[in-house]
Each structure stands twice: as structure tokens, then as C-alpha cells.
Design a protein around this ligand. Structure first.
Ligand code: PLP
Ligand code: ZN
Length: 414
């Protein structure tokens, strides 16, 4: 990994060699999240927009020289990333904007954005020779780890809160993970998973702890800019729970800007559920990540429910460093956004994915986004992940007798 200069603590700024520390800054314990520092000149000598134009690997691994893995490490066979970026003119018109795109990350192998990070976790764990990988998850990070591990027969243990939607738990079991349904919140599952990892020596994929997860998640930004011909958008809109995705998006943009592949940094709009808005509150009140205290999170969008966001340092930096903003949206607005997004673009998102659309509506209402600005909405998870929530936001079907006359009556509204 000669392209990785160091792992830098985002609290004290101390830098470590990748072989010197495993996950966090030893000075700052579990809170000392590390940020991978790259040698951009060296990377730019190995990969460029021109070389990418000739590259037919349409997965996150087309950016391998820009990811903190060994160049010769084998990568899992599942097709992660290079998800479609759809122009959504009808949605744009409805919002009073000219240029809107929807990136459908529900198209990943386990149907969420989390595959990007879990693919990197599997590679890193194998570089370390780990026997078992573990993670805690609201559902999707676990499902992603399960799928990626299944693709290379890698044993793994996943901790999820008992309240996780049934489709996500089914994914874990089908892929063959050892599943721990925790009687508690996601934050409590996170703590238990960390204890187990330490006790048993398992490789820990936890968000906001393992520094390499941001490096997988950043590939969405690399793709967005490449898919737009390296003409970066003005805004990227994404829902936020722990803050790892938004932090990763920022990192990818920072990489591209540092190498001169894009000529401006897009602003990032972070969207939180009103009942799980710790980062929104900290941003509004100008509070430092280290001064944040846990809330009691409640939202229908289970994927973005977090009492104390694990990746809060990177999550706040993403918005502050890009002059972006945080907004919050209610559960009603999130549920209502599911059919609007689906009907306006053809993309069916789970509540946390549709929350990004609801947040864009809010950002426009607050006057943050002007009509000419180019906006990318990131749909982070597939709607089939949580059909119970989706059904709450739509009407009922007609139920008809086996009789055309009844079909006619129903069509006529009788
Ligand atoms: C995990 C997740 C998010 C939020 O990502 P964080 O890194 O926790 O902020 C958003 N949407 C979906 C579908 C997710 O699975
Ligand atoms: Zn430190």
C-alpha cells in the first residue's frame, strides 16, 4: 500500500502507519476515528480519467488504486457499485429545478449502499488473515457483509437490533451468517459487537470505528463524478444515520478535487429523520462532534436510526467543509416520499433512501438550493427491504370478482 501515507486521527491529528494501528487512534480509544491519507501524485501516476475511460471493470474496483487495499489483494466476485445514475426530469420539474439525477444504490448485490463498505471489509480482513468478520448493523450493513462473505465463503457474525425489518434479517440467515438479534437498540448492538470482537479476536467492520469503511463508501462520489463526465454536481443529497456514508462521499470528492479531476467541491446536503437528528442538531447549534451526547432515536427509517452517530466526526466534517447543510424530515414526509420518488423516477427506495428526496424538498423550501443547480439524490437502499413501510404510503389495490363486469365497476369508481 505505498499509495497510503498514513492513518490520521481526526481528534489529535497524530498520524500512524497502517501496520502500526488496527482501527482507532490509541490515544483516543474508540472515538479516535482515523482518516486514510493518500499520496495523490503516486495515485495519479497509476490511474486517471483517461485510463478509466478504457477500463471495462464496472465495479468499485475500477478505482482500486484509489482505495486503501494492497494492489494484488483478491476482490470478492459480486458486482458492487457502478450503480445507475438516472436523469430525472419529471422529478426536477416537480421540484422547480432544472437538473436532477437519482443514483440507485438499491441495485447493489444485497440491495443497499452498504455493499461498497462490506466489499472493502472482506478484502481488509483477508489481508489480515482474520478467521471471522463481525459487524453490528441496523440491517443493511449486516446484509451486505453476509452477501460479500458468502461470495468468498468467509465466516461472519452479525449483530442487529431485534426491531430490524424481517427482509433484512432473512437476508442474513439466507446468506449463512451467524445472527445475533440483540434485545436492544442499534447503539447497544454496536457496543456488544465491539466487545465480542475484542474478546474473540474477530475482524471488526463496525461503522465509525473501522477506518476503511469510508474508503469503500467514497466510491459512490467517484462514480457520480465519472458518470457526469467529471463535471461535478452542485449538490449531493443523502440520508444520514451514523454519518459514514456522508463522510465517505466527502472523502471521494476530496480525493478527486485534490488530484484536479474535478474543479469544484459539490455541497453535501445531509438528511436526518426528525426523530434521529443528532447530527442536524449539532450542525444547527455549531457543536463539536466530541461534545455530542446520545439522544433516544425513533424513526420509521430504521437504517438512519442512531442515538449517538458512530461516525459523527466525519459526518459533521462532510457538511461543514463543503458549505453544505443538514436538514431534518418527519416520518410522514419520509413515507410520502417513497411513492413520489418511485413514480417520478422509477426508483423504489426503502424509507432511508426516500428520505433523501424528502430532504431535498426541505432544502429547497429553506432556500438552500437554487433552480439552476445540478442535484444528485442518492437512493441508498431498495424499497423491497421494507415493504411494510412502503405499503403505509400508498392506497389499496382493487379486489375484483372473476368477472369483467366487476372490473368495469371498479374502473368507474363504484
Ligand atoms: C446505513 C444506511 C444509511 C445511512 O448511512 P450512515 O453511514 O449510517 O449515515 C442510509 N440509507 C440506508 C439505506 C442505509 O442502509
Ligand atoms: Zn488521537
Amino acid at each position: 500500500m505505498d499509495h497510503v501515507k498514513s492513518l490520521k486521527c481526526l481528534i489529535c491529528g497524530r498520524e500512524y502507519r497502517p501496520d502500526e494501528v488496527e482501527y482507532v487512534c490509541p490515544e483516543h480509544g474508540d472515538e479516535g476515528i482515523l482518516d486514510v491519507q493518500y499520496d495523490y501524485d503516486l495515485i495519479h501516476s497509476r490511474i486517471s480519467p483517461a485510463s478509466l475511460a478504457q477500463n471495462h471493470d464496472y465495479t468499485i474496483w475500477r478505482y482500486k488504486p484509489l482505495i486503501a487495499v494492497e494492489p494484488d489483494s483478491p476482490t470478492p466476485p459480486l458486482t458492487v457499485g457502478w450503480t445507475p445514475l438516472y436523469r430525472a426530469d419529471r422529478l426536477a420539474a416537480g421540484l422547480g429545478l432544472k437538473h436532477v439525477w437519482v443514483k440507485d444504490d438499491g441495485r447493489n448485490p444485497s440491495a443497499s449502499f452498504k455493499d461498497r463498505a462490506s466489499a472493502v471489509a472482506v478484502v481488509k480482513a483477508r489481508e489480515k488473515g482474520a478467521q471471522i468478520i463481525t459487524t453490528s448493523s441496523t440491517g443493511n450493513a449486516g446484509a451486505a457483509l453476509s452477501a460479500l462473505c458468502a461470495s468468498v465463503a468467509q465466516p461472519n457474525v452479525v449483530f442487529v437490533p431485534e426491531s430490524a425489518p424481517p427482509a433484512k434479517v432473512a437476508q442474513l440467515l439466507v446468506y449463512g451468517s451467524t445472527v445475533m438479534l440483540v434485545r436492544g437498540t442499534y447503539d447497544e448492538a454496536f457496543a456488544l459487537c465491539a466487545q465480542a470482537a475484542r474478546e474473540f479476536g474477530w475482524y471488526n467492520r463496525n461503522t465509525g470505528f473501522n477506518p476503511y469503511m469510508s474508503e469503500g463508501k467514497k466510491t459512490a462520489s467517484l462514480e457520480i463524478c465519472e458518470q457526469l463526465g467529471w463535471d461535478a454536481p452542485d449538490w449531493i443529497v443523502v440520508s444520514v444515520g451514523d454519518g459514514c456514508i456522508i463522510g465517505g462521499l466527502y472523502k471521494g470528492l476530496f480525493d478527486l478535487y485534490s488530484m484536479g479531476w474535478i474543479n469544484k467541491m459539490p455541497k453535501i446536503l445531509g438528511v436526518q429523520a426528525a426523530g434521529s437528528a443528532a447530527l442536524y442538531d449539532a450542525w444547527v447549534r455549531g457543536i463539536d462532534a466530541m461534545a455530542m451526547t446520545p439522544i433516544e432515536a425513533h424513526t420509521v427509517a430504521d437504517s438512519i436510526s442512531a442515538d449517538l452517530p458512530a461516525d459523527r466526526i466525519k459526518g459533521l466534517r462532510a457538511v461543514r467543509a463543503t458549505n453544505g447543510a443538514y436538514v431534518k424530515v418527519t416520518d410522514e414526509e419520509i413515507l410520502a416520499a417513497i411513492p413520489v420518488l418511485a413514480r417520478g423516477s422509477g426508483v423504489f427506495a426503502e424509507p432511508a433512501g426516500a428520505a433523501a428526496y424528502a430532504g431535498l424538498v426541505q432544502g429547497i423550501k429553506e432556500g438552500r438550493i437554487t433552480p439552476d443547480e445540478r442535484v444528485v439524490i442518492l437512493s441508498t437502499g431498495n424499497g423491497l427491504k421494507d415493504i411494510a413501510s412502503a405499503r403505509k404510503s400508498v392506497g389499496e389495490p382493487f379486489v375484483v370478482d372473476k368477472d369483467l363486469a366487476d372490473v368495469k365497476r371498479k374502473l368507474a369508481g363504484q
